[in-house]
Design a protein around this ligand. Structure first.
Ligand SMILES: Nc1ncnc2c1ncn2[C@@H]1O[C@H](COP(=O)(O)OP(=O)(O)OP(=O)(O)O)[C@@H](O)[C@H]1O
Length: 288
């Protein structure tokens, strides 16, 4: 039987549209100069993302997901179009956008505590030193890393490093969090824990932070997201489809996988992504 808590697709769309716009991606085209001439990575991307939404970007390798993220972060300048974050045009990186990459990007010579403190110290100007220390301690506690605060990154597991990177991103209190394959290098169990940690932090902040995440993992995208943006293959990749994830929150991984709505969304995403593989598989011959 269908879960009666599940809103209709129209209702979910209506609820999303009631929230203020957080990120407005307007007609973005990004091209790179290459020895063979200009390479257009993404073309004419239009997307408005509402405050507190969790959006996943998925698509085949090389389709332009990271390019789009880097454009939102301000690290890549679009050749056409503009990105507006909280009403302001993006012209470079800024503390209103926290970034977490797959490779953690922690400073190896600083302890866990110092890695977070340095970020807080350089991004938040209007609080006292004591308040900065309190912010670091609060976020360490939120990701259960207080006992490990004096360790160097090399003394941590992959999951712990990623928790530091996420705590650091939340500690600077950006309104937008950009996660580029944040859990890609983690084993399935640690990944599952990290999903819950991320949602815990998002909930503690009253679901106010807008989160955009690049992932290759369909289940991860469905579990976390409000909407999933599927990109076409490049060059000149465009948006192929936007899938609304109309599953109730809080979500429990064990329960939602059994919902018919979950299966429908998963099936739709697989169909959108899978045709490339079926063509490649045609020529495969198996030895008897
Ligand atoms: N600085 C650059 N110069 C030239 N080409 C680039 C540059 N950055 C990215 N590209 C090209 O743009 C395309 C999109 O790259 P991008 O890294 O955004 O893809 P992606 O979808 O994130 O891939 P993956 O899933 O493998 O991480 C690729 O063809 C890539 O080679």
């Amino acid at each position: 039987m269908a879960n009666t808590n599940i809103l209709s697709e129209d209702k979910v769309k209506e609820n999303i549209l009631l929230r203020p716009v957080s990120i407005d991606i307007k007609n973005i085209t990004v091209s790179f100069p290459t020895p063979k001439g200009e390479y257009i990575a993404v073309k004419d991307i239009n997307l408005d993302i509402r405050k507190g939404e969790i959006i996943s970007l998925i698509g085949h390798s090389g389709c332009g997901k990271s390019t789009l993220m880097s454009t939102i972060s301000g690290m890549v300048k679009p050749s056409n179009g503009e990105v507006i974050v909280n009403g302001k045009k993006v012209t470079g990186a800024g503390p209103d956008r926290g970034i977490v990459f797959q490779n953690y990007s922690l400073l190896p010579w600083l302890t866990v505590y110092q890695n977070i403190y340095e970020a807080v110290d350089s991004c938040i100007q209007n609080i006292s030193t004591d308040e900065k220390h309190l912010t670091v301690e609060k976020h360490l506690e939120m990701v259960n890393l207080t006992p490990h605060k004096d360790k160097l990154p090399k003394q941590l597991s992959g999951g712990m490093k990623q928790r530091v990177a996420i705590a650091r991103a939340f500690a600077i209190n950006p309104s937008v969090l950009l996660l580029d394959e944040p859990f890609g290098a983690l084993d399935a169990l640690t990944k599952g824990t990290m999903h819950v940690e991320l949602l815990k932090l998002w909930n503690l902040d009253n679901r106010n932070k807008t989160i955009i995440m690049v992932t290759h993992d369909i289940e991860e995208a469905i579990f976390l997201s409000d909407r999933i943006v599927v990109l076409n293959n490049g060059p000149a990749a465009t948006i192929k489809e936007i899938e609304i994830v109309d599953l109730p929150r809080p979500r429990n991984k064990k329960d939602i996988v059994n919902l018919p709505e979950y299966k429908t969304i998963r099936e739709r995403l697989l169909n959108l992504l899978v045709d490339k593989f079926s063509i490649e598989d045609e020529g495969v011959k198996f030895e008897e």
